[in-house]
Design a protein around this ligand. Sequence first.
Ligand code: ZN
Ligand code: ZN
Length: 282
Amino acid sequence: MTEIELVFLGTGGGRFATITQKRRTGGIRLLSKNFNVHLDPGPGALVYSLEAGLNPQKITGVLVSHCHPDHCNDAGVLIEAMTRGMTQKRGVLAAAHSVLKGNENCEPCLSKYHQTMPQMVVDAEPDVSFNLGDLKITAAKAKHSDPSTVGFRFETADAGDIAYTSDTEYFKGIGKPYKNVRLLLLCAMRPAGSPWKGHMTTEDAVKIVEEVSPEMAVLTHFGMKMIFKGPASEAEFIQRKTGIPTIAAKDGMRLNISERIQTLAVKKSVRGLDEFFKAPKH
Ligand SMILES: [Zn+2]
Ligand SMILES: [Zn+2]
């Protein structure tokens, strides 16, 4: 079985978690010998990628679920890295329609210049499928303030499937495109008892986990209320309710997917961020 590794370059989401960087907002890197995909590169994706020792020039795909800055802010600069500084047509850009073309809510988030350099650009409307390395990726409907928002299902060659909900509220049928994945990543922004239209609470997450029935669920993309309440206890709540092993992601956490899904210890930074910010004093 091909080994797959997920690196959480950020576990924060929403305006205030982003502005304060109470949790990082760099998104998630999916790695195997056949692909190197950056999912939802929010602010910090480039810097935390370098800090973690993950060379952004090795990226083969950039995926953006919707037009909000905590998901798309660093997409342009990662495309520059993926295309060797815009000198080679290389890699895949798959993004929600709003990100590429704009919609009634927002302007496009990526310039034409950045949209021309990837080898393949996918307008990721719900149910659109495409291949990236040996992954088959399918976009899935979400219900969020950006109406073009999509989640993704990743079908791996031989290590089972992974899904990512993106920002969404619960709706009937949300779990269907993700049914029976091994690993379900949920953007659980709000704790139980704090609903917010267009966003996921822990109670919504319980319903989605029950519908999907994954081998394991991982919560990420925490807003301020969730951070203060404690994502780990919210994960325990979901596990108690559903019987499905559920954990809350941490910044820098790595997950290894092979015969088993295992969390690896948070690695100490390869390069301290101090190094980046060392500037002459004057
Ligand atoms: Zn978000
Ligand atoms: Zn959003």
